[in-house]
Design a binder for this molecule. Sequence first.
Ligand SMILES: NC(=O)c1ccc[n+]([C@@H]2O[C@H](COP(=O)([O-])OP(=O)(O)OC[C@H]3O[C@@H](n4cnc5c(N)ncnc54)[C@H](O)[C@@H]3O)[C@@H](O)[C@H]2O)c1
Length: 282
Amino acid sequence: MPVALVTGAAVGFGRGLARVFGRAGHSLALIDTRAELDATADELRRLGTEVLAVRGDVTDDTTLRSLVEQTIRTYGTIDVLINNAGQVRFTPIDAPIDTAITHLEELWRVNTRAPYVLGRLVIPHMIEAHSGHIINIATDHIHTCGFPDALSHEGSESCAWSGAPRRPLGPGPFDAYDASKWALNGLTQTWAHELRKHGIRVNNICLGATDSEMMREAVLVGRGRPATQQEIDSWMPTEAVADVVLQLHAEGSNGRSGDNVGIWLGHPIVLPPPHPVLGRRG
Ligand SMILES: NC(=O)c1ccc[n+]([C@@H]2O[C@H](COP(=O)([O-])OP(=O)(O)OC[C@H]3O[C@@H](n4cnc5c(N)ncnc54)[C@H](O)[C@@H]3O)[C@@H](O)[C@H]2O)c1
């Protein structure tokens, strides 16, 4: 049975990924700090999915080492690592410098450093298996296409969304968040290139507004009120987007690598054609 390791799987998009990959026949290794992880794991086990659930913090290297060791001991392999656990901070441009620095460092630890460390721990096992896939969950704010303004893509051959309107980038208070996610482009590009000869793929998901605890909290903090039902209904459902991630994974060993897969509001929730950063392998 294929094995998926998903971080931040207690609620939100990570739980959607766990459900979708579990239903598709993967055994799961899940990690999260939140108590809801137990309920998520129980729900999946009732559906017949094998689940290793670890309550822990992805910013703790000892926890990550132990997670990888336990996963290998339990299942013998890791076919796909999904670096999903993430956090957001609102850092208005007039925020005190100490707050801005704290936000940058907190987000660096969870959004950038943890995917790096976990990737580095998993990669040797994937090299040994000569296969594997690392998927980093980023944000549409960092999609490497049409930055910094909306561009007409008319006639573009290299853009998967040629002819579609470019989603706006993250506004002001997201500078630290966006920086932490932009760094994933560096990891994805370099790993995709370096690991290609080992049969390992690496891709980013550049996610738009998806219904999750984070989105609801973002509205509460950003607008000072809970999200309206109309707003919630306008966001993408977690499992529909997770299904696109599954399709990306299902491209298999000859599938794309080094791509920024964009899924955001205003587009159909479908897997776009490969953005030929590295092109197709094989
Ligand atoms: N929801 C969106 O609209 C949206 C848009 C763009 C990108 N994203 C990204 O998608 C990913 C999932 O976000 P979400 O919306 O589901 O958020 P969420 O807050 O609803 O869920 C995130 C999960 O990650 C866990 N987590 C956070 N920090 C952790 C840590 N240090 N150790 C272990 N677990 C930790 C949380 O406990 C939670 O269960 C994040 O990386 C986020 O940046 C989300």
